[in-house]
Every structure is written in structure tokens, then in C-alpha cells.
Design a protein around this ligand. Structure first.
Ligand code: SF4
Length: 158
């Protein structure tokens, strides 16, 4: 990555962190109910998938994966005992999604607005838009760690 492109990347991430803060404020104002069932992060059980962008994946994986992670499409490896262990780094979808039926309309609006802002940041900093299921980014991360020699004995990376 060139110096200019690294600088743009850093600026986009800064914009994304600001977006996270503004989304957190909007969600706090909407005050959806969470019963801490943890089902929303157990995708197979809930029947949905989490889609994220590359910069969100990079922030989420800044400190690696939890110890002894086994990549499983049905759940998020960051959930432990029904709680998120990556709260500060979690992507937009995790910040916005709540299963409270009284919040559905606000959730859809907030989701559309935040994705639009994220796309705008990509345009502003001339960064390609890459968006896909969480597990594609997790697998790519594991493969990159393995090919860089960080994993020598088949142990999942941290
Ligand atoms: S990052 Fe956290 S909130 Fe998002 S799916 Fe994983 S455990 Fe759930």
C-alpha cells in the first residue's frame, strides 16, 4: 500500500469511528429493548446473516480472534456467554440490530442511513467498496495468518 493510500485508509477509518459514535447515540435515543438472549449473534438459530464492509472487518479484527476460535457460519466467534467481547470494535450491523419489534422501523432507517454514509466515505477517500458476510472476512483473516506463517501447527489464530 502506498503512503497516500494508507493515509486515505486511515481517514476512512476515522470517519467510520465517528459514524459508529453517531449510530450509538441514535440507538441510545431510540432505546430499543434488549433482553440479552444473545440470539442475534447466533446467526443460524436466529435465521439471519451479518454483512459488513472491509474497513469494519479490519477494525473488528484489530486485536485478532478470540482464543481457540473455530470458524462456524452459524455464530459469531466474539460472542461469549451471550455477550459481545468486541463491543468497541463491533460493526454497524451489530450496533443497529435489536430484535425489539417496536424498533423495526427506526432500525431500517438507521441502517439505510449508516450504509449510505459508509459508501460516501469510500467515495470520498477513493477506496473500493467491499461488502460481504462476516464469515468471508473471518476466513480470509485466518488464511492470511496461516500463509504468513503465524500459524504453525493448525491452531486457529487469535
Ligand atoms: S461482533 Fe459482537 S455484537 Fe456483532 S455478531 Fe459478534 S458477538 Fe454479536
Amino acid at each position: 500500500m502506498s503512503g497516500a493510500s494508507a493515509a486515505r485508509d486511515a481517514q476512512l477509518r476515522e470517519g467510520l469511528r465517528e459514524l459508529y459514535e453517531s449510530v450509538d447515540r441514535a440507538v441510545a435515543d431510540a432505546a430499543p429493548v434488549c433482553e440479552i438472549s444473545g440470539r442475534c449473534c447466533r446467526f443460524q438459530e436466529y435465521g439471519h446473516r451479518l454483512y459488513i464492509s472491509r474497513p469494519e472487518a479490519e477494525i473488528l479484527l484489530e486485536t485478532g480472534l478470540p482464543a481457540e476460535t473455530v470458524i462456524d457460519d452459524g455464530l459469531c466467534p466474539f460472542q461469549r456467554e451471550r455477550l459481545c467481547t468486541a463491543r468497541e470494535r463491533r460493526p454497524l450491523g451489530c450496533r443497529i440490530f435489536f430484535c425489539d419489534p417496536n424498533y423495526t422501523e427506526q432500525m431500517e432507517t438507521l441502517s439505510e442511513q449508516s450504509i449510505a454514509r459508509l459508501k460516501q466515505l469510500h467515495l470520498e477517500y477513493e477506496i473500493d467498496w467491499e461488502y460481504g458476510p462476516l464469515h468471508e472476512f473471518l476466513r480470509e483473516y485466518v488464511a492470511a495468518r496461516a500463509s504468513s506463517g503465524d500459524i504453525e501447527d493448525g491452531t486457529p489464530p487469535r
